[in-house]
Design a protein around this ligand. Structure first.
Ligand code: Q46
Ligand code: ZN
Ligand code: ZN
Length: 302
């Protein structure tokens, strides 16, 4: 297969776009797509202060790399969760994040460590609380969202960017559709506006396939953590991903089509009647926004 741009040997083929590219042109094409997504959904501009949530994985490191290269003011945020999983998941993910920093001297990284600050790792809090019984993901999600919001507000960031790719978004969309969770469907979007102290959020990789992000990271020589968090293994999201991969294999472009059609339906007001959100007020203890009366869920957790 030949590169569509220069006719050299192609290294990557995207069946859904009917596009094959050589390494050089792929590394040119990919960031352009990210930039287009940022502009299309008016995620942020070069005047904004962007906080990128980094986990040491390919998606977040690729996103950070691209934002820096495109000239955005992008600082990283790493949250140490204290997850081991038999291979030191958290320490390895920090190592990869710091390894990336060595290659990008100008990059600024904010580090938060949950066990150090709050005295317990994610699996420990989860084991103690009813909410986390069996799987620590519910507790973990809550803690990460809280810390990201706090750092974004303390550092006066305009937006919080995460590395969710198309496969992530489509798996969530599939789950929400399967159960007709209209409230979640109404809130799933490439960009979420700031609300009562909840930071603005953006997902610049939301239209790019996971394998496209992986190809970028690989061709760019970004050293990232290959292993998933041990608690993600066997998750519902991963099962949806497998199903959707089968579908994609048989009809390339299905995932992108599903996602884009969903966004179009939203634009046409399909979920408008359910967009109303609960009122937020500051937590009595920490001042972060919450819907719960008195203390926020995070403060209750500790
Ligand atoms: S880090 Fe946390 Fe994920 Fe691990 S414990 Fe679950 S939520 S799987 S993105
Ligand atoms: Zn080429
Ligand atoms: Zn609180």
């Amino acid at each position: 297969m030949k590169c569509r741009k220069c006719g050299d040997k192609a290294v990557f083929n995207m069946r859904h776009h009917k596009l094959a590219l050589c390494a050089e042109h792929y590394l040119e094409w990919f960031p352009t797509q990210v930039e287009r997504t940022i502009c299309k959904y008016r995620m942020f501009t070069r005047d904004d202060k962007v906080l990128v949530a980094v986990s040491g994985g390919k998606d977040s490191l690729a996103l950070w790399d691209i934002l820096l290269n495109l000239g955005y003011h992008a600082e990283g945020l790493y949250i140490g969760l204290g997850i081991d999983g038999g291979f030191g998941y958290s320490s390895l993910s920090l190592e990869k994040t710091e390894g990336f920093m060595v290659t990008r001297r100008e990059a600024v990284l904010h580090k938060e460590d949950i066990p150090e600050t709050y005295g317990e790792s994610i699996p420990e809090v989860a084991a103690r609380k009813h909410r986390g019984r069996g799987k620590p993901c519910a507790v973990c999600g809550l803690i990460k969202r809280y810390v990201m919001n706090r750092v974004a507000s303390e550092g006066d960031f305009d937006v919080l960017a995460t590395g969710h790719n198309l496969d992530d978004e489509v798996a969530v969309l599939f789950g929400n559709t399967l159960h007709w969770q209209t409230g979640y469907l109404a809130r799933q979007a490439p960009v979420l506006e700031e609300k009562d102290g909840l930071a603005r959020k953006a997902k610049p990789l939301c239209r790019l396939y996971e394998r496209e992000v992986a190809a970028y990271a690989f061709l760019k020589g970004i050293d990232y953590i290959y292993e998933e968090c041990p608690h993600a293994v066997g998750s519902t999201t991963n099962r949806y991903k497998e199903l959707l991969n089968q579908l994609e294999l048989e009809s390339p472009g299905s995932k992108l089509q599903f996602y884009i059609s969903f966004l179009k339906a939203k634009e046409q007001g399909f979920f408008q009647q359910v967009t109303g959100q609960a009122e937020l007020h500051p937590c009595e203890n920490c001042g972060q926004p919450t819907t719960a009366p008195g203390l926020c869920t995070f403060c209750r957790l500790w």
